[in-house]
Ligand binder design. Structure first.
Ligand SMILES: NC(=O)c1ccc[n+]([C@@H]2O[C@H](COP(=O)([O-])OP(=O)(O)OC[C@H]3O[C@@H](n4cnc5c(N)ncnc54)[C@H](OP(=O)(O)O)[C@@H]3O)[C@@H](O)[C@H]2O)c1
Length: 296
């Protein structure tokens, strides 16, 4: 049960995030849906209220665009002002294999939203999470991290853009972030763990082109083979709520069980260098990125 617990879920208007929000409400938790499109988010919140009988206090919407550091800052200012406690932050929102675009601050979109936006969000909410301890951070990654690398010399993909590589890189960054944050949170009463949800039937593939004629076959196959959003949300809900993972720090899970990661996702040196450069990119540390690239 999550009675009395306040939880933020990013990207909660769709797919895994929406199913996560609904499941937490069913456990009596209070959910703040952090979404970029207020209208879509209100519709999703209404669906959840209808499904669960929750009221507008137990499930509410707050605007957050992770492709804008300004929006992340303003979201966090409001949360810190309005919320006395925050018990779980679920970094779920994600963009997958979009064409080359940049965030408001000039970062490659997948790295900017999936990693940097959540990096700043977590940083700005950290004092509140610590004051609310025991509290938890849950990071939604993907097994596709295996195909990524943190190419520090071109994090903005200005020299070369491959949409699949950029997604995998952002999901590897989620795991390295978890690894470094866990080290920094030791003894704080705040835990961070990551997960890979499996292959789930959601709107994530919106940028992937499927020929019109192949669509019925694709839909048929995906209905049979892919997880439902509710099944895909199970590990997120488990990590946010279960007593089994009380005090567990810096691990990755799949299907509610620990998952062994490749060494590149737990490399402490790369994790720490990525942390430093991310601080500079989001503007919480002032240092030249060139200096960091060479120096750390
Ligand atoms: N589906 C899978 O098979 C699968 C597999 C491995 C990992 N994952 C991970 O699971 C997570 C959830 O994805 P999903 O499958 O549920 O996909 P989804 O249905 O497309 O949901 C993604 C959510 O992220 C939000 N989002 C995208 N850009 C954003 C931004 N700039 N600011 C705020 N929110 C933003 C979307 O908002 P809009 O609706 O407004 O676009 C949506 O609510 C992602 O991190 C994804 O990488 C999914």
């Amino acid at each position: 049960m999550m009675q009395g617990k306040t939880v933020i879920v990013t990207g909660a208007n769709s797919g895994i995030g929406k199913a996560t929000a609904a499941a937490i409400v069913k456990l009596q938790g209070r959910v703040i849906m952090a979404c970029r499109d207020q209208t879509r988010a209100e519709e999703a919140a209404q669906d959840i209220r209808q499904e669960t009988g929750a009221d507008g206090r137990q499930i509410m919407v707050k605007q957050l665009d992770l492709a804008s550091l300004r929006s992340v800052r303003s979201f966090c200012e409001d949360i810190i002002k309005e919320e006395p406690q925050l018990h779980a932050l679920i970094n779920n929102a994600g963009v997958y294999q979009c064409p080359y675009t940049k965030t408001e601050d000039g970062f490659e979109m997948q790295f900017g939203v999936n990693h940097l936006g959540h990096f700043l969000l977590t940083h700005l909410l950290m004092d509140l999470l610590k004051r609310s301890a025991p509290s938890r951070i849950v990071v939604v990654s993907s097994k596709l991290y295996k195909h990524g690398d943190i190419n520090f010399e071109d994090l903005d993909s200005e020299q070369f853009y491959d949409k699949a590589f950029a997604y995998s890189r952002s999901k590897l960054a989620n795991l390295l972030f978890t690894c470094e944050l866990a080290r920094r949170l030791e003894g704080s009463g705040v835990t961070v763990n990551a997960l890979t949800p499996g292959i789930v039937r959601t709107n994530l593939g919106r940028h992937v082109h499927i020929p019109v004629l192949a669509k019925p076959l694709f839909n048929l196959i995906s209905r049979g083979l892919l997880k439902s959003p509710e099944e895909g949300a199970q590990t997120s809900v488990y990590l946010a709520s279960s007593l089994d993972v009380d005090g567990v720090q810096g691990k990755c899970f799949a299907d509610c069980k620990p998952l062994e990661l490749l060494d590149k996702a737990t490399d402490q040196e790369v994790a720490s260098k990525l942390w430093d450069i991310s601080e500079v990119m989001v503007g919480v540390r002032v240092l030249s990125r060139d200096k960091l690239r060479g120096g750390v």
